[in-house]
Design a binder for this molecule. Structure first.
Ligand code: HEM
Length: 483
């Protein structure tokens, strides 16, 4: 009964809001066309708006977003207007567009997230902040994520990952990669961000995070049974748990049993601005949640595709294997990896970069025009949103020759600016780059040094929900290496 009501109200709300959005878009389109810049290529504005959003979402889900974009580009060029999520949108593809969006000041073009982001991750989370507030919070997060600070964590991360291989891989002939990478990356995050090591507790928190993230990727409809409602409930459980962990971290700092560089929470608790003011509990909790959400799905998606693409490309696998064996040869038995070892894994990181180019966990992002802006001689009116597409730029054959081919050697020389945007760009470029690199390389080292593997289904379909992943989680056959 409940779910029938939910479905009906959902349909009514979607229909009403899209009708309203259609009317608004047509009105706004008229405004644009009377603006001082030349008119934007029509794209599809004015056609039934709901169709565009559904087409976009369907293409995203089926992992055919690049084909969808390619068709639009062939028809309208690299800048065109359409309507996505009920909002008039300018899609901008390519280096010039990326440069324009990443470097515009926040009084002209601001970060824009769906309302679900602030409701689930909290209104103080970094993704919601602009200007000075954003700078201050980003500075604090980078204090922990910058390479100089991360170096101290290599051994700790190495320990969690090695333990994961012992617990979940040893003695198995077959495993499914996706749930395991999800667990290990979450355990690493809990240890690094608030020193939580208990695996039962991290697994409970992990389930709540998964539910909260489903709420982020849903319609903001707070009715029992909806993903958004479940997400809000998960958020309040997470906040309760993070709040009690915060008291523990604060207590340890006050008693002198811990230091500010122990984990992200301790680092944020210890920071003071020039007036001696620290962050509030709300700011710390919202931002620990934001960092975990931004860093978790993205990283395990990369690991799953690395396992997949190495199995499909034996030549590349052999080169990665050689590199990891060289690193291993320089170590004492059971000695943990060090920062200097990570720096030796250059080819393995190129393979990861190429994996990200082909299967970017983030297809692109939305921004919003705060006032009328000019781009490529077009006037884009205040209130419109922009969509920048990472994956379409990555598939541009002018920049990446044979773009569909898996070829890590393209990263042997530097790629042109604003063409590889897997981590975004400008003042909001992903601050988790070095963390991702470190975790990925430690994981690959232990995988390559201990196992050979093959895919049970080399043709497993990839779907985006919301990140691109093999639909059945990528089952592999394992063979232990006794080195
Ligand atoms: C494969 C891994 C990852 C990918 C592909 C990725 C990608 C991105 C992208 C595209 C953005 C938006 C940039 C923009 O708007 O210009 C972003 C922002 C962000 N990422 Fe990552 N990310 C990854 C891993 C991580 C990790 C491991 C962390 C944390 C440990 C992290 C933390 C963040 C944060 C906090 C932001 C918001 C930055 C801001 O608004 O200033 N990310 N990431």
């Amino acid at each position: 009964m409940d779910s029938a009501m939910d479905a009906t109200s959902l349909l009514v709300i979607v229909t009403c809001s899209t009708l309203l959005a259609t009317v608004l878009s047509v009105l706004i389109a008229k405004t644009v066309n009377s603006g001082k810049g030349k008119n934007l290529p029509p794209g599809s504005l004015g056609l039934p708006v709901i169709g565009q959003t559904f087409e976009f979402l369907r293409a995203h889900k089926n992992n055919t977003i690049n084909d969808w974009m390619e068709q639009k580009v062939a028809k309208y060029g690299f800048v065109f207007k359409t309507s996505l999520m009920g909002c008039p949108t300018v899609v901008v593809i390519g280096q010039e567009g990326n440069r324009f969006l990443f470097h515009n000041d926040c009084n002209t073009i601001a970060n824009k997230q769906p309302t679900t982001v602030s409701r689930i991750l909290g209104k103080k989370n970094i993704l919601e902040l602009n200007g000075e507030d954003h700078k201050r919070m980003r500075g604090a997060i980078l204090q922990f994520l910058k390479p100089e600070a991360l170096q101290k964590f290599v051994e700790r991360m190495d320990f969690v990952i090695q333990q994961h291989f012992v617990d979940c891989w040893e003695g198995k002939e077959c495993i499914t990669v996706l749930p395991l990478t999800k667990t290990v990356t979450f355990r690493v995050a809990c240890d690094m961000f608030f020193s939580l090591k208990d695996s039962k507790e991290t697994d409970i928190l992990g389930k709540d995070f998964t539910e909260a993230l489903k709420g982020v990727w849903s319609l903001p409809l707070n009715l029992p049974g909806t993903a958004f409602h479940g997400g809000l409930k998960a958020r309040s459980r997470i906040c309760k748990r993070l709040s009690s962990l915060l008291q523990v971290r604060r207590g340890s700092l006050d008693e002198g049993n811990s230091s500010p560089d122990k984990d992200l929470m301790s680092c944020m608790l210890s920071m003071r601005d020039e007036n001696g003011n620290g962050f509030t509990e709300e700011e710390i909790i919202d931002n620990v949640m934001a960092v975990m959400s931004a860093g978790h799905e993205t990283t395990y998606t990369l690991l799953v595709h690395l396992v997949r693409l190495l199995a499909l490309n034996p030549d590349v696998y052999h080169k990665v294997y050689e590199e990891q064996m060289k690193v291993l040869a320089g170590k004492q038995s059971h000695e943990s990896l060090k920062w200097v070892d990570i720096q030796k894994m250059k080819y393995t990181w190129k393979v990861a970069q190429e994996t990200l180019r082909l299967t970017s966990p983030i297809v692109g992002g939305f921004k919003k025009a705060i006032q009328n802006v000019e781009f490529a001689s077009y006037t884009i009116p205040k209130g419109w949103q922009f969509f920048w597409s990472a994956t379409s730029t990555h598939m541009n054959k002018e920049i990446f020759k044979e773009p569909k081919k898996f070829d890590p050697s393209r990263f042997e020389s530097s790629v042109p600016p604003y063409s590889y945007t897997v981590f975004g760009g400008g003042p909001r470029i992903c601050p988790g780059y070095d963390f991702t690199r470190m975790e990925t390389l430690i994981y690959m080292h232990h995988l390559l040094c201990n196992y050979k593997w093959s895919l049970v289904d080399p043709h497993e379909i990839i779907v985006c929900d919301p990140v691109p992943l093999p639909v059945r989680g990528l089952t592999i056959k394992l063979q232990a290496i006794h080195s």
